[in-house]
Design a binder for this molecule. Sequence first.
Ligand SMILES: Cc1ncc(COP(=O)(O)O)c(C=O)c1O
Length: 377
Amino acid sequence: MKKELVKLAEKHGTPLFIIDHDKIRENYRVFKKNLPRIQAYYAVKANSNPEIIKTLFNEGASFDVASYNEFMQIYEYIKHFEENDKDFFVWDKIIFSNTIKDRETLRKIKKYRPLVTYDNTDELKKIKENCSTAGLVLRLKVPDTGSQVEMSSKFGAELTDAYNLIKKAFDYGLVVEGLSFHVGSQCTNFDNYTVALQMTSELFNDSRKKGYNLKIVDIGGGFPVPYDSHVPKFEKLAEIINSECERLFPKDIEIIAEPGRFMAATTATLVSEIIGKARRDGKIFYHINDGVYHTFSGVVYDHWIPNFHSFKGGKKEVCAVVGPTCDSFDKISLSEQLPGNLQIGDYLYTENIGAYSTASTTKFNGFDGAKILHINN
Ligand SMILES: Cc1ncc(COP(=O)(O)O)c(C=O)c1O
């Protein structure tokens, strides 16, 4: 594989972001195999590359979208369907998981009868006024302790307010279809899921008893990617989720999830090139042609810890790897174990960089960012 990466870099140039579609299909299938009862809505935000969406669409995935543009990216694939099939697809296989949607977006999606999340009264009013056709999913605030990216400081209704938010929605003439949560992205503390499922089931079962016939439980994203050997196994988490869902919820409900990172992260490898080398305060700085404003944006936005490997051997020492822009903030890592004898023109590669990377790349300083190459598609 290493030789193959070098060949591709020589042929296509660097930085080169290589997406392996066999791996996308494998991730989707592993998810489905281990969580057979759960409908997987790929969280498009993780990597909205149209080819990734196409591969997952062909696998039969559903989709979690956060904006009108993401919605239309999926709609593109179904616009030729018969009206009824199109309506069914939007209802059954797309969720707007952003709890806050601007009025214009709501007005634009009204005709599609979307499933949307909410977590507060003002959002409810906005949905009633601008998108009364929507089905609703109430998002709960749940523990996200230890997750790489926390969510609960910005999203989710307190359990104490939740019942009133359901009642209010029905009083407004809207229909709450179910409940959702997100335990934080790259969640390695599986207690977050057990607590969240317990909280959700209490509200779910209570609401049903009071006559609100909820049907959907959406367990969000958070499924961890094996970035290193300390990450607990997804299969273990799946066992916990399966048994807790079985224990806590009625049999007739739909359980859905919004995996983003899990589907996208391991599918891509980046090959970058050393464009400068300097010793600064005694440490070797490798300046490469990609950085935190570009494919390594996840270091900033996703709290991601990058990994760097060299193709060449040599005595390793602690080196810094920094990006190509003029901003001194553009430091990707200050402590990578890399051979000290690497030269300008040598390549480095970074694995598991498929999620929250190209998704948040900018054009800062006039650098285009990595070229994207699809293999096995
Ligand atoms: C509402 C929602 N669902 C799903 C996801 C995807 O989460 P993950 O990549 O951890 O699977 C996110 C990530 O930000 C999100 O905000």
